[in-house]
Design a protein around this ligand. Structure first.
Ligand code: PLP
Length: 278
């Protein structure tokens, strides 16, 4: 597939063309974005646009939903059937706005088979309810997320599970955490905590029901399975956490992947609902 870049107000540019000026606020992380999976169409475009609009509101700007939806559709249109691609919508506050489509990195596909994770401290347990803290916005300030992934790699792991100052699980640097115990699905509490409300988690919750529960990393290996949920990977089973084997369940992983990746098997059937809004 062809990598493409469209800059709003400019038009399509070469995929490797520079798009920002030296003074662009986006280069200081002052902006927001969405990462979507293209796989026989855009997976959960509406949920992503909902969060895009919420991020925009947190930044005090408006995004034209219809224009962005049209742009997304235009870029996704020439991703061949059966291929997968990453679609990204980016807004720098008062700066460049662009959309890109790129082939799905091989590492993302590998992650679907399972990841070895380690726990890393995230510090803060709670986030005060203050608009300038941009809670629940998907901001471009990913330096800490990227650094956590580098630290995981440095320690020989594939991914990280971030824990708060009290030792409770928050999320992963680019994914939400889901686990199953006694046949029930759980995720850490989100409200007022440093956790991004994931579109994948919401889709899973709408299908199988997910209850929020605090958990310490040491309790996760004793569960029936732990997964990292995100748009690109879908549901990556955690194979080990801090070197301890975690229970895996191939049937559960297949169900979650079908829901997360938007295949027909995952989108049909009853929706029992959960405590996470679908
Ligand atoms: N949490 C963080 C910090 C993320 O960066 C992401 C996705 O990039 C997620 C959770 C999962 O969100 P989604 O399922 O919408 O991709």
């Amino acid at each position: 597939m062809r990598a493409r870049t469209v800059v709003r107000g400019v038009g399509e540019v070469a995929a490797d063309a520079p798009v920002a000026t030296a003074d662009d606020p986006g280069l200081r992380g002052d902006g927001f974005f969405e990462t979507l999976l293209v796989r026989d169409g855009i997976v959960r475009l509406d949920a992503h646009l909902d969060r895009f609009e919420r991020s925009a509101a947190a930044f005090g700007v408006r995004v034209d939903r219809r224009e962005w939806a049209a742009l997304a559709a235009r870029l996704a249109a020439d991703v061949p059937a059966g291929a997968e691609a990453v679609l990204r919508l980016t807004v720098a506050r008062g700066g460049v706005e662009f959309a890109t489509v790129r082939p799905l990195p091989a590492g993302v596909v590998r992650g679907r088979a399972g990841v070895r994770a380690i726990t890393l401290a995230r510090g803060t347990a709670t986030v005060p309810d203050a608009p300038w803290l941009l809670a629940a916005a998907k901001t471009s300030s990913y330096a800490v997320n990227s650094a956590a992934l580098r630290e995981a790699a440095r320690r020989g792991a594939d991914d990280a599970v971030l824990v708060d100052a009290d030792g409770f699980v928050l999320e992963a640097p680019t994914a939400n955490v889901l686990w199953r115990r006694d046949g029930r699905w759980h995720t850490p509490p989100q409200a007022g905590r440093a956790v991004l409300p994931g579109t994948t988690l919401a889709a899973v919750a709408a299908r199988v029901g997910v209850t929020e529960a605090p958990v310490r990393p040491g309790d996760l290996p004793g569960s029936e399975g732990v997964w990292l949920l995100s748009s690109l990977r879908g549901a990556a089973p955690v194979l080990t956490l801090d070197g301890r084997a975690v229970g895996t369940d191939a049937a559960a992983t297949a169900l979650l992947a079908a829901i997360a990746l938007g295949t027909r098997d995952g989108s049909a059937g009853p929706a029992p609902g959960g405590t996470i809004a679908g």
